[in-house]
Design a protein around this ligand. Structure first.
Ligand code: SAH
Ligand code: DHB
Ligand code: MG
Length: 221
């Protein structure tokens, strides 16, 4: 199996399930023109996140790592009219592109972008005693994932779904020899998930236009 095969199957699914509408194409084009890295989730993965959010009837969603807002739009489309997406991004340029994209997609009124480093931003949400989130999507810097988990748990309730991107890293997650900081970061995160008695967790390997990677999926017990 090769990247070309994975690409053609993703293309097939995108067409079959109409996953790449003109708004989403414009959003990706805006990200490309602004010079953002092409590391957003894929259309199939975006719909996976949207379905997770809809199946837990998420009214409040927290995203850590906005980039240009692509995954956030998928998530925001799962919200009811008065629902809220809070998404954290420390690069001002990314946050600006994301703001335009959320507005373009017609979800802007339900989205708050916090343009700050994720750890202090999360700590501040905890200090403000904001209502807990129903779904958390972790997708920022990989060495930060362990802390994002600990902080997210303090912003969760029983039944909150916590999903994290990029936990397989071409299979490197199971290579105990590696000292690559992103791989070590996700492995420490997975160990923390496993040790957390208040969570039920699994992880799924994925292939597609984003290569070979995967998601962890947890629910707060
Ligand atoms: N979720 C996005 C992709 C996120 S890429 C999507 O699928 O569309 C990761 C993003 O996290 C980048 O925009 C990066 O600038 C941001 N990021 C990295 N470290 C961060 C930190 N410490 N705090 C907040 N954002 C961070
Ligand atoms: C990278 C980050 C991501 O969130 C992703 O989905 C793919 C790649 C990266 O930092 O290389
Ligand atoms: Mg990612």
């Amino acid at each position: 199996m090769s990247q070309a095969t994975w690409n053609s199957v993703d293309d097939y699914f995108n067409g079959l399930f109409s996953l790449d509408d003109s708004v989403m194409q414009q959003v990706q084009e805006n990200c490309r023109v602004a010079g953002l890295p092409a590391i957003s989730v894929s259309p199939c993965q975006g719909m996976f996140l949207q379905i997770l959010a809809q199946s837990c009837r998420a009214g409040r969603i927290l995203e850590i790592g906005t980039l240009g807002g692509y995954s956030g739009i998928w998530l925001a489309r799962a919200l009811a009219d008065n629902g809220k997406l809070v998404t954290i991004e420390y690069e001002a340029k990314h946050a600006e592109v994301a703001r335009r994209n959320f507005d373009l997609a017609g979800v802007g009124s339900g989205v708050t972008i916090i343009n700050a480093d994720a750890k202090p931003a999360l700590t501040s949400l905890i200090e403000k005693s904001v209502d807990p989130f129903d779904l958390v999507f972790i997708d920022a810097d990989k060495p930060g994932y362990v802390d994002y988990l600990a902080l997210s748990l303090r912003l969760s309730h029983q039944g909150t779904v916590i999903v994290a991107d990029n936990v397989v890293r071409k299979g490197e997650v199971a290579n105990l020899e590696t000292d690559e900081e992103r791989v070590v970061g996700v492995r420490n995160f997975l160990k923390a998930l496993a040790a957390e008695k208040s969570l039920r967790t699994t992880a799924l390997q994925t292939v597609g236009v984003k290569g070979y990677d995967g998601f962890s999926i947890s629910v707060v017990l």
